[in-house]
Design a protein around this ligand. Structure first.
Ligand code: ACO
Length: 463
C-alpha cells in the first residue's frame, strides 16, 4: 500500500457535548441517531465532518479523505461479507437480532404465523399493507390461474438425471422461464412486473413439485385450481390415482406457517444476490434464479438439509456429547445453529418448535427429535456456544417436520425457496424503484502484483 500507516480520530458529538462511538442501529423510525461525525485524518491533520443519518455515514463521503499522493483515490471502507454495511434502505422486513424480533411491514412474525395465509403475507411484503378482501380474492385468483407451466418446462425437467438435486432443477427452470416470457425484460413497465411476480409465485410450486416427481420417477401431477396454494402444492407432490387429493389439514397449516416464517428475512445472502443481479436490470426470472442459487448453499437455505444429515451421522443420543466436542475442536459446525443477525434465540425457531409438536401428534415423534433436543440442551449450556451467542436458527427443527411430512431430505431447501420467492420479488421491486440504487459494483483493495512483463514459457499454439 502506498499510503503510510495512519490513524483516525473519530468523534460523534452528542447532545451534551461529549463524544462517543456509534454503531449503525435501528433505522425504522424517527432518526434519533442523526448528527455529524467529526474525523481527523492524522496523516494530513485535516478535519472532516460527515453526516450521520439513520445511524449510518455514507461510505462515498469517505472518498474526500485523501493524502497528497496523486494516486490516492480517497478512503474506502473495507467490509468483507458486508458485516457492517447497509446496502439499501428497505421498509419490508425489520429484524432486531439482539432482542429476537422479526416483523414484516411492522407486523410481528408470531401474529402473522398464527393468523395470516401465505398469500396474504406475500401481498403484504410486496405492497406494504394487508390486502382487503377484494384485493386478496383477486390475487388468489391470479396466482391460481397461472400455476400451469409451459409443457416445454416439463420436457426440460425430463432432461435431468434421475438423481439431480431438486435445487439444481429449480434454479435452472426458474432461469429458463425467462426465455418463455421475454416481455418480462420490460422491468419498468408496472404491468409486466406484476404479471412476472404472479407467474413466479404461481409457477415455483409447480416446478418444485415436478422436480420432486421426476426424482421419484413418477408422472407429474398438474395443478388443481380448486385447491388452495398449499393444498395444490401437496396435491402435485402426493396425488396418485385418486381424482382429488385431500391433504391433511394439520400438514396444510403447518406448511403454510413454515412458508410464512421463511417468506422474507431482509438482506440475507440470497436476497442480496437477487438485488445485486437485479441491479443489472436483467429480467426477474434470471434475478430470482440467482436467489435460488444462493439459497442452495449449506451456510444458508441448505442448512436444513445439513441438519438432518448431521443428526443421521450422530446416530444416537449417546454420541451427542462427543459430537459437540468435535464441533468445539473446530472440525465442522453445529448445523442449524448460529446466525449473522440473531444473537439471541431466532424467533422463527420458537414457532417451528411448537409446530413440530402439532405435526408429530399425527405422524409420531421423528426419530431425530431426541438427538436434536439433546444437541440443543447441551449447546445452550456450553460456554463455547453461549459465549459466541449461537442459538438454534429456523433451520434446526424444520427438517424434522419436513421429514415427518414425508419430504425427502434434499427437498427441504426447495420448500424454503418456494416461500422466499415472495420476499425476493418484493425486495427486487423495492430495489428497482429506489432512485438511489444503481448497478451494484463493490470496490476492492488490490493485493496482487504490480505491472510485470509477459514471457512465453509454454507452447499454447500461438504462432
Ligand atoms: N457451530 C459451531 N461454531 C459456530 C457455528 C456453528 N453453527 N456458527 C458459528 N460458529 C463459530 C465460528 O466458528 C466463530 O468462532 P470463532 O470466533 O472462534 O472463530 C464464531 O462462532 C462466529 O461465527 P461466524 O462464522 O463469524 O458467524 P457468521 O455470522 O459469519 O456466520 C452462520 C453465520 C453462517 C449462520 C454460521 O453461524 C453457520 O455457519 N451456522 C451453521 C449453518 C446454518 O445453520 N446456516 C443457516 C443460517 S439461517 C438461514 O440462512 C436461513
Amino acid at each position: 500500500m502506498k499510503n503510510p500507516p495512519a490513524r483516525f480520530r473519530i468523534e460523534t458529538p452528542t447532545k451534551n457535548g461529549s463524544s462517543e462511538m456509534t454503531t449503525p442501529g435501528n433505522t425504522q423510525s424517527t432518526d434519533k441517531t442523526a448528527g455529524d461525525l467529526s474525523i481527523t485524518d492524522k496523516r494530513t491533520n485535516k478535519n472532516y465532518d460527515l453526516s450521520i443519518k439513520d445511524g449510518a455515514i455514507r461510505a462515498a463521503d469517505l472518498r474526500q479523505i485523501k493524502t497528497a499522493d496523486r494516486d490516492d483515490v480517497g478512503l474506502l471502507s473495507y467490509d468483507p461479507a458486508f458485516m457492517n454495511t447497509a446496502s439499501c434502505r428497505s421498509s419490508i422486513t425489520y429484524i432486531d437480532g439482539d432482542k429476537g424480533i422479526l416483523r414484516y411491514r411492522g407486523y410481528p412474525i408470531e401474529q402473522l404465523a398464527e393468523k395470516a395465509s401465505f398469500l396474504e403475507v406475500a401481498w403484504l411484503l410486496r405492497h406494504g399493507e394487508l390486502p382487503n378482501q377484494k384485493e386478496y380474492d383477486g390475487f388468489v385468483h391470479d396466482i391460481t390461474y397461472h400455476t400451469y407451466v409451459h409443457e416445454n418446462i416439463r420436457n426440460f425437467l425430463q432432461g435431468f438425471r434421475y438423481d439431480a438435486h431438486p435445487m439444481s432443477m429449480l434454479q435452472s427452470s426458474v432461469a429458463a422461464l425467462s426465455s418463455f416470457y421475454p416481455e418480462a425484460r420490460n422491468i419498468f413497465d408496472p404491468e409486466q412486473r406484476n404479471i412476472a411476480v404472479i407467474r413466479l409465485l404461481a409457477k415455483t410450486p409447480t416446478i418444485a413439485a415436478f422436480s420432486y416427481r421426476h426424482s421419484k420417477g413418477l408422472p407429474v401431477v398438474y395443478p388443481d385450481n380448486s385447491l388452495s396454494y398449499v393444498e395444490n402444492f401437496l396435491s402435485m407432490i402426493n396425488r396418485m390415482t385418486e381424482p382429488r387429493y385431500e391433504a391433511n389439514p394439520t400438514f396444510v397449516r403447518a406448511l403454510e406457517i413454515l412458508f410464512i416464517l421463511h417468506a422474507d428475512h431482509e438482506q440475507n445472502c440470497s436476497t442480496s444476490s437477487v438485488r445485486m443481479v437485479g441491479s443489472s436490470h436483467v429480467d426477474p426470472f434470471s434475478a430470482m434464479s440467482a436467489g435460488v442459487a444462493a439459497l442452495f448453499g449449506p451456510l444458508h437455505g441448505g442448512a436444513n438439509e445439513q441438519v438432518l444429515r448431521m443428526i443421521e451421522e450422530i446416530g444416537t443420543i449417546q454420541n451427542v456429547p462427543a459430537f459437540i466436542e468435535t464441533v468445539k475442536s473446530g472440525s465442522g459446525k453445529l448445523m442449524g445453529f448460529g446466525h449473522r443477525v440473531y444473537k439471541s434465540y431466532d424467533p422463527r425457531a420458537k414457532i417451528v418448535k411448537q409446530l413440530a409438536d402439532s405435526v408429530f401428534k399425527i405422524t409420531g415423534v421423528d426419530r431425530g427429535l431426541e438427538i436434536a433436543l439433546e444437541l440443543e440442551r447441551i449447546a445452550l449450556q456450553d460456554d463455547y456456544f453461549v459465549s459466541r451467542k449461537l442459538y438454534p436458527n429456523v433451520d434446526f427443527y424444520t427438517g424434522l417436520i419436513y421429514r415427518s411430512m414425508g419430504f425427502p431430505t434434499e427437498f427441504f431447501t426447495v420448500l424454503f425457496a418456494i416461500a422466499r420467492m415472495a420476499g425476493w420479488l418484493s425486495q427486487w421491486e423495492e430495489m428497482l424503484l429506489d432512485k438511489e440504487q444503481k448497478i451494484a459494483r463493490p470496490r476492492q483493495i488490490f493485493t496482487g502484483h504490480g505491472e510485470r512483463q509477459f514471457k512465453q514459457t509454454i507452447n499454447v499454439g500461438i504462432k
